[in-house]
Design a binder for this molecule. Structure first.
Ligand SMILES: [Fe+2]
Length: 251
């Protein structure tokens, strides 16, 4: 099974005259063209949040127009830049249901669970007791199926700038305790910090990826790759072993 991950596209309205608007749209367009040309084609695409910049409906109109050519199905979870209501209205069945936009994708060999770490108006991540109960019940329902979680805020530090990224640090500790009790979780994939990283966490593996939006990326050789969009490919074996490649969209 092959999963393409995009993140932090920070798309602006088509009418925006901000200098970053057109390059961000172009970065996403080029990633989608590249995904569509892969052989084998990914089974699905996940977007780990900050889909748009301001949360306005006009941002989402541009985002959905850009996503339309994507050949594999796409599933999305919000970031702190997203607006829950406008996100849900624009993306409909490709995300969860309010108030928390969690959901499960069950019709692939590996189970996918999208988690919503957003508290509207908060930049930092949140994973309250109600969300913990939902996740515990969801994971308990399929203890033998390899599972990948995706969410916006990493529940761990990613140096040098993403430190203590949760409003209540007890949230992320409780989430780690929960994941430790569900060994079928083979990977947690995140966005938000705009930087690629990989680490052991809570008895599983966790990763973050560089933003698709070039102007806010971190940890990338700007002298060589300033105009090279990038995204990640996660190849998942039948037993849930995940091998990740960062794909550079050159040319
Ligand atoms: Fe972001």
């Amino acid at each position: 099974m092959l999963i393409a991950q995009i993140s932090d596209t920070h798309i602006l309205a088509k009418s925006s005259d901000l200098p970053e608007a057109a390059p961000r749209a172009e970065d996403l367009r080029r990633c989608i063209d590249d995904i569509n040309g892969l052989d084998p084609l990914p089974d699905l695409v996940i977007h780990s949040g900050d889909t748009v910049q301001t949360g306005a409906a006009s941002d989402y109109r541009h985002l959905t127009e850009l996503l339309t050519p994507l050949r594999p199905p796409v599933f999305l979870t919000p970031g702190n830049r997203d607006h829950h209501g406008n996100f849900k209205a624009a993306l409909k069945e490709t995300c969860g249901e309010l108030p928390f936009l969690h959901f499960v994708v069950d019709d692939f060999p590996v189970r996918l669970v999208a988690l919503d770490t957003i508290d509207p108006g908060q930049r930092k991540g949140v994973f309250c007791a109600e969300r913990l109960v939902w996740l515990d019940e969801t994971l308990s329902a399929a203890p033998n199926r390899p599972t990948i979680l995706f969410m916006h805020h990493p529940p761990f530090d990613v140096g040098p700038r993403y430190i203590d990224g949760y409003r209540n640090l007890a949230d992320r500790d409780a989430l780690a305790d929960l994941i430790m009790r569900h060994p079928q979780v083979r990977r947690l994939v995140c966005g938000h910090c705009h930087r690629s990283s990989q680490r052991a966490w809570a008895g599983t593996e966790a990763s973050t990826m560089a933003s698709v939006a070039r102007d806010v990326r971190e940890g990338v050789d700007v002298a060589r790759l300033a105009e090279t969009p990038m995204y990640q490919l996660h190849a998942v074996s039948e037993n849930g072993c995940v091998t990740t490649q960062t794909r550079l969209v050159i040319g």
